[in-house]
Ligand binder design. Structure first.
Ligand SMILES: Cc1cc2nc3c(=O)[nH]c(=O)nc-3n(C[C@H](O)[C@H](O)[C@H](O)COP(=O)(O)O)c2cc1C
Length: 213
């Protein structure tokens, strides 16, 4: 703590200069989080490039990992290989009547995620951190994506001759859907739904996420 006048003024100046930077960071993280919705329909005119998938995968060199084991491995898939993935994934399981994705709007880029060790609690936690970080990087670059857990592991492994069974797949592209978040109470229905062409995603309000407050 500075006890001289100039020193105090300097400290005040530094504190003021630091504050907007913090606010800006928070604002842009919130923006990315809001944009980071799960898209099940993509703009077919847009083609994801290899460097974009690589940039998403590269976030894994900067994220936490249990015991810092870093057991996850990533296979980028571009449009030329998309037909090897598409028959084996299921999108929009909560809206079976819509048969998503609509023909022509399928994701055509993917990241297949494997682990070099058998899946366990820590591998799964690493996986969650990894996919959300990659999705946020994608959104930052103007892309969108979706985590895909419903897929045929054995067939995808075989199609790509992978050394390990994939645990999760990210679909990536330029999202072509309007998606809105809807605030709900913890007891309300959490299933996503569509109305007049808009995809609504219920999210529990923060007050009801807090324990004992
Ligand atoms: C681990 C995980 C697996 C998922 N698997 C699928 C899937 O197989 N098919 C699908 O359509 N959506 C899948 N999703 C997307 C969720 O349905 C989606 O996150 C949820 O509806 C909330 O929407 P939001 O991501 O826009 O917030 C998955 C999400 C996560 C986190």
């Amino acid at each position: 703590m500075a006890d001289d006048y100039l020193g105090r003024k300097m400290e005040e100046y530094r504190a003021r200069a630091a504050a907007p930077a913090v606010q800006k960071t928070l604002a842009s993280l919130n923006r990315l989080l809001l944009k980071n919705r799960s898209h099940r329909g993509y703009d077919s005119r847009f083609t994801v490039r290899a460097d974009q998938l690589r940039s998403m995968i590269e976030v894994n060199t900067r994220i936490p990992s249990a015991r810092n084991q870093q057991v996850l491995r990533f296979r980028p898939v571009l449009a030329d290989e998309a037909p090897l993935v598409l028959p084996h994934i299921r999108l929009g399981g909560a809206l079976p009547e819509l048969h998503l994705p609509l023909p022509g709007s399928e994701p055509r880029a993917f990241i297949l995620i494997c682990s070099t060790v058998p899946e366990d609690r820590y591998v799964d936690i690493d996986l969650g951190i990894s996919v959300q970080s990659m999705l946020l990087r994608g959104v930052e670059m103007g892309l969108n994506g979706i985590c895909i857990g419903a897929f045929d592991r054995a067939r995808i492994r075989e199609a790509f001759d992978l050394p390990w069974e994939p645990l999760l797949i990210l679909g990536v592209g330029k999202g072509a859907e309007q998606i809105e978040l809807v605030e709900i109470g913890a007891e309300e229905n959490r299933a996503y739904y569509r109305r007049n062409g808009v995809h609504y995603v219920p999210k529990i309000r923060v007050e009801e996420l807090l324990i004992g407050k």
